[in-house]
Design a protein around this ligand. Structure first.
Ligand code: NAP
Length: 235
């Protein structure tokens, strides 16, 4: 039986049930996927007003902590949290989040959030490190960036390798997705070489724009009425 994605992203001590579905006694890391709560049993965009329920961060996090205490999750964390939301969470958390999983790539470098997380001992984890080209939430902006293509050509690397190396050098952990074995192997080859200072500076100058805006979670009937509210003005 496929796990109910909504429950998986909305912590509840009954998540022991989900571990059983996954045929695991525990998971290493369990994340709040978005700072959003939806009614159980539905996870299909576009969402309607009835799909949303208020996001009770404290209740969600207490349930996450309970999962950890029960041994169902070795570590707990969040995703798509701004500095402001992390501040709120840290004001009542008895177990701070281990990880904040957010979009990070050369086109959305997350300098402010990385610095904030580092100061609080939260590991930044980069999703869509290649800009998620070919997905409905992604863009060609990263893989087609001229600067990255030039660096890749001059170093005998692929654009993907330059991106992944850059993320790795920021100190972030990263999750890249490929269904292709050759590309999976290529993506592992980020060790044993490094970007030069000049290349880092060129990447730092790439104009910034967030690719995955999470527009589906913005609704005049939902908890976030604008992108500004969802991201607390940090994009
Ligand atoms: N927490 C969140 O809210 C959130 C949001 C978005 C994504 N994520 C997670 O982040 C992970 C990765 O992010 P993502 O899938 O959005 O984007 P991504 O890893 O940046 O990009 C994936 C795309 O890049 C292609 N690709 C992979 N390696 C490549 C290479 N070496 N050369 C050329 N193309 C390559 C893949 O195609 P092929 O498969 O054909 O290689 C796929 O189309 C996923 O596990 C995803 O679930 C989390």
């Amino acid at each position: 039986m496929a796990p109910d994605r909504n429950y998986l992203t909305t912590a509840h001590p009954r998540n022991e049930w989900h571990c059983r579905n996954l045929q695991m006694e525990y998971v290493d890391l369990y994340l709040v996927h978005w700072p959003v709560s939806m009614k159980p049993g539905r996870f299909k965009a576009p969402f309607t007003a009835e799909d949303f329920v208020p996001f009770d961060m404290r209740a969600v996090w207490e349930a996450m902590e309970e999962c950890h205490r029960l041994g169902l999750a070795k570590a707990i964390g969040v995703a798509n949290f701004s500095c402001k939301k992390l501040e709120t969470l840290l004001s009542f958390a008895t177990i701070p989040p281990t990880v904040n999983q957010v979009e990070v790539n050369p086109v959305w470098q997350q300098r402010k959030l990385r610095e904030f997380c580092r100061g609080k001992g939260i590991q930044l984890c980069a999703y869509s490190p290649l800009g998620a080209k070919g997905t409905h939430w992604g863009s060609d902006a990263v893989m087609d960036a001229g600067v990255l293509q030039e660096i890749a050509a001059s170093r005998g690397k692929s654009v993907a390798q330059v991106c992944l190396r850059w993320v790795y050098e920021q100190g972030d952990c990263l999750i890249v997705k490929s269904f292709d074995e050759a590309r999976m192997r290529e993506n592992l080859e980020v060790d044993g070489w490094e970007l030069t200072e000049e290349e880092r500076l060129r990447i730092a100058e790439i104009p910034q724009r967030k690719i995955n805006l999470g527009k589906r979670y913005v609704s005049e009937h939902g908890p976030y009425k604008s992108l500004e509210e969802l991201w607390d003005g940090e994009i």
